[in-house]
Design a protein around this ligand. Structure first.
Ligand code: AMP
Ligand code: GLY
Length: 427
């Protein structure tokens, strides 16, 4: 079977790496891929947001399945265009991807189907005064302001004072994130512990895949600015079997049923960002794709071949598939980023020691933002490497990941040294 994976980061590297182990997969092409991915798959230099280029390529290659990694091509309608030429796609249509593509849409959807989430209201550019008045309906700061559209992970702002919140309302509605913030959502600040839950969906049915936790802040101790994620681990203790069942019953299944009812059947992976407080899960946000770096730890843990499920998400019949029950040891992934990230990262530095680091038992290094220069691997992004490790215990997995990191010679790189602290503290 031939698989086309769209994307070029650590998430797509992990997907290609795991599918390469499937006995049913004969050929994997990744567009655009990266130098790490090139070790396990063919790479085709087409950008993930070049919809026409990807469709033309798929028309020639006729893959049996396309797996779309990032949200942008999904929101732009890549899955629709591929389905229109009879190519099965793991990933939602543009209308279903609006669960991630528009915060306002997703909040209205949750309200309509009684899916637990923070209290909210939507505001357009003409409603700045009403938006400011709405701040007074909360107990006080922090306030949560969200640009409606996709803003490369930067569209959520959590001001600590009312004055800051008011200034932010003006900035956002004034175009700080372009059309993405032409309207915004203001919502209640939720306390609790965050977790990521992933379910597979074929438009009719949803089955749980796994839970994970990531670290969004750039600095040790969960300090500093938000990032795309500095590290992740799975499983997450807070998402035990009972909590997973509750999330399926109260959130995932009503979402799949509601989306079908609304004529927006949801196919692919539904990533629910949760806030869990006193045993009660509520939705922080939906994403229409795998988390990055959560995907890396989930793929590292999977013993069963995920291909039958991924294919069933695209073509139907997920309810009849055997569930992916077999997970191995816990996994952790530590992100190495270029100095300056999440601001302007330092690029171009040569990264050495990767082979030696990759030989630490249980360690796999996924490339997130690398490029090749001659024979060298160089840094070419914000998040550059995902040093991923499994072991019989999470503590050993963490030790293995940092042992590997210490073998990597990249002076411009940095990482958090406390990934999985919450789980390790729990013991
Ligand atoms: P999002 O892009 O929606 O995932 O938001 C980014 C981060 O902002 C989340 O991971 C949370 O840490 C935080 N956040 C978003 N919404 C809320 C909320 N209503 N209450 C508390 N924290 C939130
Ligand atoms: N790691 C969080 C995300 O992929 O959105």
């Amino acid at each position: 079977m031939k698989i086309l994976i769209v994307g070029g980061g650590g998430r797509e590297h992990a997907l290609a790496w795991r599918l390469k182990q499937s006995t049913r997969v004969t050929d994997i092409v990744v567009a655009p891929g990266n130098p790490g991915i090139a070790a396990v798959a063919r790479c085709e230099n087409i950008a993930a947001d070049n919809i026409d280029g990807l469709v033309a390529f798929a028309r020639l290659e006729r893959p049996h399945l396309v797996i779309v990694g990032p949200e942008v091509p999904l929101v732009m309608g890549l899955a629709d265009k591929l389905r229109a030429i009879d190519i099965p796609v793991f990933g939602p249509s543009a209308r279903a991807a609006m669960l991630e593509g528009s915060k306002g849409f997703s909040k209205d959807f949750m309200a309509r189907y009684n899916i637990p989430t923070a209290r909210y209201r939507r505001f357009t550019a003409e409603q700045a005064a009403e938006a400011k008045a709405y701040l007074d309906t909360f107990d006080g700061p922090p306030y949560v302001l969200k640009a409606d559209g996709l803003a490369a992970g930067k569209g959520v702002v959590i001001p600590e004072t009312k004055a800051e919140a008011e200034a932010e309302i003006d900035a956002m509605l004034g175009g700080r994130f372009g059309t993405a913030s032409a309207s915004l959502v203001i919502e209640e600040f939720m306390h609790g512990e965050e977790a990521s839950f992933f379910a597979l969906c074929d438009g009719e049915t949803a089955v749980p895949l796994a839970g994970a936790q990531d670290h969004k802040r750039v600095g040790d101790g969960d300090t500093g600015p938000n990032t795309g994620g500095m590290g992740a681990y799975s499983p997450a203790a807070i998402l035990d079997a009972a909590m997973q069942q509750r999330v399926m019953d109260e959130i995932v299944t009503p979402t799949i049923v509601g989306m079908k009812k609304d004529g927006r059947p949801y196919r692919g992976v539904l990533f629910v960002g949760l806030m869990i407080d006193k045993g009660i899960p509520r939705v922080v946000e939906y994403n229409c794709r795998f988390g990055d770096p959560e995907c890396q730890v989930i793929m590292a843990r999977l013993k069963d071949d995920p291909l039958p499920q991924l294919l069933a998400c695209a073509t139907g019949g997920l309810g009849d598939c055997a569930r992916l029950e077999r997970f191995s040891d816990p996994a952790v992934s530590v992100v190495m980023a270029g100095a300056g990230y999440p601001g302007e990262p330092k690029k171009g530095g040569v990264i050495g020691g990767l082979d030696e680091a990759g030989q630490v038992p249980g360690v796999t290094i996924f490339h997130a933002g690398t490029a090749k220069k001659g024979d060298d691997i160089i840094a070419n992004g914000g998040r550059v490497l995902n040093v991923t490790a499994t072991a019989p215990t999470l503590k050993e997995a963490v030790a293995r990941a940092y042992e590997a990191i210490d073998k990597i010679d990249w002076p411009d790189g940095f990482c958090r040294r406390d990934i999985a602290w919450r789980a390790l503290e729990r013991g």
